[in-house]
Structures are given as C-alpha cells and as structure tokens.
Design a protein around this ligand. Sequence first.
Ligand code: KIV
Ligand code: ZN
Length: 518
Amino acid sequence: MQKNNDRVIIFDTTLRDGEQSPGASMNMEEKIQIALQLEKLKVDVIEAGFAAASPGDFEAIENIAKEVKNSTICSLARAIDSDIKSAGDSIAKANLQRIHTFIATSPIHMEYKLKMTPDEVIKRAVRAVEYAKTFTKDVEFSCEDAGRSDVSFLKEILDAVINAGATTLNIPDTVGYRMPAEMGSLIKELNDFVKQRAIISVHCHNDLGLAVANSMSCIENGARQVECTINGLGERAGNAAMEEIVMILKTRKDYFGGVDTNINTKELFPASRLVANITGIIPQPNKAIVGKNAFAHESGIHQDGVLKNSQTYEIIKPSDVGVEEANTIVLGKHSGRAAFRDKLDSMGIKLSDDELNDAFARFKLLSDKKKEIYDEDIRAIISDEITKIPQTYELVNLQLSDCMNGFPSAAISVKVDDEIKIEAGLGKGTIDAVFKTIDRISSIEGYLADYQVNSVTKGKDALAKVTVKVVFEDSKPAVIGHGVSIDTMVASAKAYIGALNSYIYMKDTLSNKNKGTI
Ligand code: KIV
Ligand code: ZN
C-alpha cells in the first residue's frame, strides 16, 4: 500500500481485537457478514482474525478472504514461524493480502512475558518479517506495548524490520497509557526517523478514555494508518472507535489540513448497528456518532434552533453517517409483500423467494402486535435468513407456569425434520426451565455462559433481542444465538435454539470437512 500524505489508511480490527472484547465472540457467518459491511464502508484493511488461535479462526479468515474483494485481508501472527504460516495460508485466496506480525518491545514485556533480551527480540522480529515476506509483499510489523517502550530501542528494531521488508510499522499504545501530546511526539520522532521508508500506523487502546484523542494526535504528527474498531469494541476498555476518527477528519478538515479517509460515511451507522446486533454489545446512548441520542435534541431551545437551522446545534448531518430520520418509521399492519420487499431492497438486503416468504410471515405476526415497525425491527426479524444457518430446530410453542410461587416450569413444542416434539420440564427459574426443556428435546446438554437482553426499538411494545452464549457438549468456543420477539421468554427460547442450530451446523460442517466432502 502506497503512502499518501493526504490520506489515512483505515485498518479495522473489529474481527480480531474487537472480538477479544469480553462477550463479543462471533460465529463464522456473523464474521463474514461484518466483513462484507466493512467492505461496503470501504475500509482499506480488514484484520480478519488471528489464524493460529483456533481452527475456527483460521476458517473464518479463509472464508472472508474468499468473499471480500476490495479490502486488503490481514491475518495476525506472533513472531513465530508456525503462526506466520497459518496467517499466510489463511489469506492465500484473498485478492489483496497482508500479514501482521508482532512482538513486545517494552522492558516489562521483554523481561517478564517473553523472557528475552532486546537483541533476541530484534532477531526474532527480523526473522518473522523475512518469513512473512515469503507469503506476501504486504507485511506489517507491530511493537507491542510501544507506548511503554524505550524510543531508542524502537528506532533500532524499526530500522531492522524495514531492512527485512516491513511495509507498515505499527506503534501500539497497548495498555492505553500515553497522553495525546506524548503519543503525538513519539510518532513525530519515529516518523522523522523512518522518513518515507514505511507507513507509520497507530493502535491506541482506551484504558484512560484517550484512544481516539491519541489516534488524532498521531495523525497530526504523521501517522498515515490508524487501527480502530466499530463502536470502539476491543480488549478491556476497547480500541479507538472508527466512526469517531473518520467523522473528526471529515468534520475538521480545516484543522487536519485536508487529511481524510476513503470511508463511505453513510455506512457507519448501519455498521454500528450490525456489530451491536451480532455481539449484543450496544453502544451507550450518548456515544458520539452512533449512540441512539447522538442526534436527539431534547431541550426546547435546541429543538427550536434546529428547526430554524439544523447547524445551530448539529455539526454533522445525521444522514452523512447513515441515520435516515425520514426512514425510521416504515411499515405497519396493512403493508403488503411488495412494500416489504421494497423496504428490504432499500436496506440493501437480498433474500431468496423462500427466505422472503418466511420473513414476510414473521413481519405479519409482528405487525399484529406492534403498531410501528422500524428498520431495526426488520433487521432483527430477518437476522435468521441473513445468517443462513439451517434451522434444524424451530420453536413452535412455549408455555410457562408458576414463575413466582411454585416450581418454574416450561412446556415447549419444537419442529424437527417436519416432526413436532413436545417436552415439559422444571428449572431453578423460568429461563432455566426453558433451556433445560430444550436440552431434553435435543438430547444435547448446554451450559449457559452468557445471557443478555436488549430492546431493539422504543416503547412498551418494543422487540426484545436476547443473545445467549452456550457451551454444548464439548463445543469450544461457546456458540452464540440470537432471538427476537415481543416477549422476552420467547426471544430467550429462540436464542437458545439458534445457538443449538449453529452448534449442529458447525459440527456437521467440521465432520464433513474431515471426511473430505466439502
Ligand atoms: O494492542 C496491541 O498491542 C495489539 C497488537 C497485537 C497490535 O493488539
Ligand atoms: Zn490491541
């Protein structure tokens, strides 16, 4: 990738560092969906995962590499031959490929974690870059914990890896320790040292709430790649939020001397919603750019000002980030199939005829119960169709009793291969009774690792979205399931069954692969 002083390369790591966020694991279909949305956003580089972490991670990167055509697909690797080989193999089918290799450079990491001397670290880094170059010419090298590393050591190792062929040099503030001015002056010094020999990148964590401020200070001082995630997802307090960096550059072009990104900003809000729906981690309401209050004007004085001229209180047009006010209330009870199909088209969603029939039936059921149907409701009811995981088990009916004073119990009927199976069971609480009864129907025991419930839209009749993480039998990592309904218990049962269907699908796919049939 060529250095262009007027353009910042956007390197998205939602699928790698973002997935390291507690509770954010995603299945393969979900990762592909996010990768395709990142491509629509025109992200330059998508870090699709850490290939050596697990066969599931490898497979997800390989599939993303096949599906995405216009963004570079990057795979992370420690500075270890076997990791680099996995990374190289995982991106072999990508149109545009990158390997990202890293080793820690701070005294505390070298001494206690790596138990290596600085000289050994440099040798290992050089070997890693040279080996990575045998797979692709686009190689990024990161000095992990650069924020707490000695600047003269950073120069020494960067010089060595440039000579070994690294094309991007990433300077992570891994523990989110630096202040913006300190981070900026570090980048200035390294940029002056590296000159035009490679692109300087930054990767800021948010432990002190400074990830975006630090990234902006680095851009001001010569960084021309920023690593970031949608909604600021990431390890611990997260990474720098892409939507904020992109909109700061766009809104304050005057301040940044015209430096910009290639991002299609109208896809920022849809990307945020997609990541939130998939991970179940919803941005706080007052989160800049994508929070649900980011463009809401509550006070009378503000409302009056905005009605007279939106620029009185709005520095960004909601539509510039994909928030379409006029489009939020859409369909209702009387809308027909054609209107429903038109709406899906306008949201960029393509379904086959069978999928459309199923989705339309769900829409009709919902519109009987809910007066106003929003884009978010539609996205939620069609999420099963989008993920394309076969619905081996389908919830038909659910009855609950004695939630307060007796024994919480559930009676459930489920469709499996055109047969209806009915079971009833007790639990410690209602949700426990529901999940145990589903276990009895499937004869597959699940352990609930996480349970989250969010409302999709506003009002008492809002849809509830339940996200569960379940470990079935020996499944590792846990499988994720989502369920949406106006009733939280029904949404919970659907989410659990969704996780079960994913588990069965993954198990079948893996065993077919081992037999060589896929
Ligand atoms: O925070 C960090 O240092 C990282 C590296 C692997 C780039 O995520
Ligand atoms: Zn990181």
